[in-house]
Design a protein around this ligand. Sequence first.
Ligand code: IPE
Ligand code: IPE
Ligand code: MG
Ligand code: MG
Ligand code: MG
Length: 310
Amino acid sequence: MELFTQNPYARLVILTVMLKETLEAGRELTDAALERLLPKATQAPTSIHRAMRHSVFAGGKRLRPILCMEAGRMIAGSLPSGIEDLGAALEMLHTYSLVHDDLPALDNDDLRRGRPTCHKAFGEAVAILAGDALQTQAYETLSRLSCPADSRVRIIEEIAHRTGTVDGMIGGQVVDLEAERTKPDLKTLEYIHRAKTAALITASVVSGGIYAGADQSAVEKLRSFGESIGLAFQIVDDVLDITQTSEQLGKTAGKDTAAEKATYPALFGIEESLKKADALVEVADAALSSFNSRATTLQALARFLVERKK
Ligand code: IPE
Ligand code: IPE
Ligand code: MG
Ligand code: MG
Ligand code: MG
């Protein structure tokens, strides 16, 4: 332990190993829950179940479930039993948002998670319905969570609100589309990023905390952490769209510039955008400072989000 706290190099090595382990174990747990919770590909009507699985099991990072589970672990002291179903529901909602984001009427993308997008593989009608179905499957899963009924209702409210139209994911997607080919001011840009992306990331850490029995003050700290890392996450997504290749990303690079999207690098340049993302991670770290060393994993995940390469 002395080595851990006093030798900065040893601390970095230990943190890197811990982080890798957290990411791998979290991904496996999430994938097993998704496998159990989603209708089988052989279940009629098979076209939609194949489409849902095509998009879900395509190698996503599973960051929202991992953040949710680690928030739960921080609050409870160990991983709360059954929390992976909450993580899986968040991943279903996230995947639904990607399936719809890629549709011709939205971003019109052909490649997602290293595969043809859902509408490319299954046609537009089934892709629209697969997105809808992932959403309804998520709420069915949430309604059955193994936590006290009042926590379950608060979790459902939190997630529904944060994926909705008022400061939530759908609202953000609407303004994102309406801002194409305009020169938005920082206020609009920040609104888009907070709503379309940070809102679901915030709901992920907050719901993980509620599942684990967090009190109101802990929930507010998790909320503040989630809002900062969520904004940083989308800033970095915008940067990666410019700096990485389609192969590295598993989705079409350079799309934002081509569609004249409202992005941080378009307004500030790459370097300044990354500085802003770094500063947001500092703010996120500070929001959890009262949890001391129990916050180490979430803080390491926050750093990983801005240093990621895909
Ligand atoms: C991509 O999210 C969409 C955004 C909100 C920026 P991720 O980068 O988490 O995508 P996956 O889940 O790993 O594919
Ligand atoms: C998507 O933002 C946010 C969602 C709610 C899906 P982007 O349009 O930047 O996501 P990518 O780059 O296509 O993954
Ligand atoms: Mg988009
Ligand atoms: Mg897109
Ligand atoms: Mg993007």
